[in-house]
Each structure stands twice: as structure tokens, then as C-alpha cells.
Design a protein around this ligand. Structure first.
Ligand code: KG4
Ligand code: ZN
Length: 344
């Protein structure tokens, strides 16, 4: 089944073509980072307008690169939520209009399910069941994944998400948007000089809390005015050490508690080199396997949506699709709990 996927939940327009027999055929992405940079963060209305401009040219590009035409498309997947309402509406309405005009089935995909399943697009994909660490700008969650739609939440953040903590700390250090990659770059030039707390490292559960860390950084920043480059680098270094130590410890605890030996990491913070180093080393000691999406699929992209959608559409087709009329009405879910998903 050839599935065209659309991602437009935030500041990236992603389009991809996934074939359930031949794998990922093509994908294309337009990042709005430059457009939002001058405002220091995402401006929702600008994001929506840019998705409108990009979605169809990217679709044409993906079809051309895969040597396919719209008539070859057998199913359409789109991010239905969670995300920015206006941005979601653009992708959703374009996807549903295309599905209606082509007379093919469509499915609204949960953005986080896309992230969760993205490592399965790689060679030697992890087998179910596995523990998933989902660390993005909006989420820091540990989950037990037994199959598509079979997600059990094991731990969550009590306040800021890991990516959000990176972004806010980057701002405190005078770095631009998006903060995560910029802070990681600065940290790579730093050294051990300061000591930041490790919130909830020894809590008996699998939850996270990152907002205290950000406050501790603010105190360091205030105590070292005017900030020199050397101090900024060393604060960034210690901040990254703190976050990656906590994430690594909680992942290992989740593996220990469930008895599983497979860890999957996804979401934007999964691109962090130091996090990968630490997880790889800890997993090696425990004889566990860690899988990541390729770097470009850690952050938002259309491939993960086409893929997750294809799995669901295929399962729907096998079940009841024949006697069910497709429904092309649409709504978006700016807030959508992953726990609401069921097996396709
Ligand atoms: O998954 P994603 O693209 O979007 C969401 O669904 O949120 O994640 C974006 C988040 C941002 O907070 C960004 O700063 C963070 O991932 N990020 C990183 C790195 N690359 C992206 N954080 C730390 N190190 C990185 N290399
Ligand atoms: Zn995302």
C-alpha cells in the first residue's frame, strides 16, 4: 500500500511516501526555523500560513523523487494532533481533500506515535516489546510499547519537557531559537566547573522534573554577571550532563523494572550526542540494545507520519475497510493523550 504522509503540527512541513512493501520511497521537509528565529520562538499564525505555502510543492517534489503520480497513492496519513491548532488544520484539510478527490482511505496520526515508531524505519528495527524514551519539545515520557497502539505510560515529566528545558536554558545563556542544538554545541566546548542538581534522580518512580534545573541555571547566571564565554560553555556542559544523567538513569530503571532488554529513543532531544553516548554505554553494560531514528527523523518529519499511518491503514484495510465508507470530514486534536490510542 502506497501512503502519502503529512506532518504540520508545529514549525516543520514534512511530506513523505511510504510503501508497505518497499519501505520509505521519498521524503521532504521544510523547516520554518529561520522565519521564527527573529521572534525567539514559534509564531502560530506564521506557522500555519507557511504550511499552506509549502505542503503542495513538497508533495510534488516527493512524488517526483519517488517516480510516482498522485494516482498511485493508495492511502493518506496526516498528523491530527497534538500540536498547534491552525498548523494541524492546514495539513489535515489538505490531506482529507486529497483523500476525497482520489477516493482513497485516510487516517489521522498521533504525532507522538509517529515519533515512537520512527526508529522502526531503520535497518535492523527493534522488535516489540520495547521501552521507549520520548523526549521532544513538549514531552518527556517513558513508555512500554507492546505493539502499534499498545502503549503503557511508565513515567512522565511533572513540569518542563526535556527539550523545553534545553530551550529555556539556552535562552538564559543568550542563545537563539531553537535552543537545544545551540546549547549542545556550546556544551561540547565546556568542562566540569559547576554543579547543578539532578532532580528526581533517586525518586523511586520513573517520572522526571526539569524546571528546578532551569531555576538553578538562572541562579548560576545571576551569580556570574557579566557572563563570559567560558562560563556560558561550562554552564551548558553541566546542564547537559545533568539532563542526560537523569534520562539515562530512568531508562535503565525502566528496563530493569520491566525486564525488557530493548530501548528505543525518539523525539528531538534524541538527536543529542551526549545522550546517545551515555545511553549506549549504560545499555552495553546491561547487555541491552538501544535504537534511534536517523538524526533527521529525531525531529519532526513526514516520514514518521507516513509510516505510522501506513501501519494503521494496512491494519484497517485487513479488518473492515471493504464494507466501511471512508469519512472525509475532519477535526484536529491540539491536545491528545497518547494513552487514548488503541490497536488498529
Ligand atoms: O521532536 P521535536 O522536533 O518537536 C516536538 O515534537 O517537540 O523536538 C524539538 C525539541 C526542541 O526542544 C529542541 O531544542 C530539541 O528537541 N533538540 C535538542 C537537540 N536537537 C533538538 N535538544 C538537545 N540536543 C539536541 N541536539
Ligand atoms: Zn515532534
Amino acid at each position: 500500500m502506497l501512503v502519502l504522509g503529512f506532518e504540520s503540527s508545529c514549525d516543520e512541513t514534512g511530506v513523505a511516501l511510504y510503501d508497505t512493501e518497499h519501505g520509505l520511497l521519498a521524503h521532504a521537509l521544510h523547516s520554518q526555523v529561520e522565519m521564527h528565529a527573529e521572534f525567539g520562538g514559534v509564531v502560530p499564525e506564521l506557522a500555519s500560513r507557511d504550511h499552506i505555502r509549502r505542503a503542495l510543492p513538497l508533495t510534488e517534489l516527493v512524488l517526483k523523487n519517488a517516480h510516482k503520480s498522485l494516482q498511485d497513492v493508495q492511502g493518506i496519513a496526516y498528523t491530527q494532533g497534538p500540536g498547534l491548532a491552525g498548523a494541524l488544520l492546514v495539513g489535515t484539510s489538505i490531506a482529507q481533500s486529497l483523500a476525497f478527490s482520489l477516493g482513497v482511505p485516510s487516517v489521522g496520526v498521533h504525532h507522538l506515535e509517529g515519533h515512537l515508531l520512527a526508529p522502526l524505519l531503520e535497518e535492523n528495527p527493534p522488535q516489540f516489546p520495547f521501552i521507549a524514551l520520548l523526549v521532544s519539545g513538549g514531552h518527556s515520557q517513558l513508555m512500554r510499547v507492546d505493539g502499534v497502539g499498545e502503549y503503557q505510560l511508565l513515567g512522565d515529566t511533572l513540569d518542563d519537557a526535556a527539550g523545553e528545558a534545553f530551550d529555556k536554558t539556552a535562552k538564559l545563556l543568550g542563545l537563539g531559537y531553537p535552543g537545544g542544538p545551540a546549547l549542545a554545541k556550546l556544551a561540547a566546548q565546556g568542562k566540569a566547573q559547576f554543579k547543578l542538581p539532578r532532580p528526581m534522580l533517586n525518586s523511586k518512580d520513573l517520572n522526571f522534573s526539569f524546571s528546578g534545573l532551569k531555576t538553578a541555571v538562572l541562579t548560576l547566571v545571576n551569580n556570574h554577571q557579566p557572563l563570559t564565554d567560558a562560563v556560558r560553555k561550562d554552564i551548558a556542559w553541566e546542564f547537559q550532563e545533568a539532563v542526560t544523567e537523569i534520562l539515562t538513569a530512568k531508562c535503565m530503571a525502566a528496563l530493569r523494572e520491566t525486564g525488557l532488554d530493548n530501548l528505543v529513543v525518539s523525539g528531538g532531544v534524541g538527536a543529542n550526542t551526549r545522550l546517545r553516548e551515555r545511553l549506549n554505554a549504560a545499555a552495553r553494560r546491561k547487555l541491552c540494545k538501544v535504537s534511534y531514528p536517523r538524526l533527521e527523523f529525531c525531529t519532526d518529519n513526514g516520514a514518521m507520519i507516513a509510516f505510522a499511518g501506513a501501519l494503521r491503514l494496512e491494519a484497517m484495510r485487513l479488518k473492515t475497510m471493504q464494507d466501511k465508507k471512508p469519512n472525509y470530514s475532519f477535526s484536529v486534536k491540539p491536545r491528545w493523550d497518547l494513552a487514548e490510542l488503541t490497536k488498529p
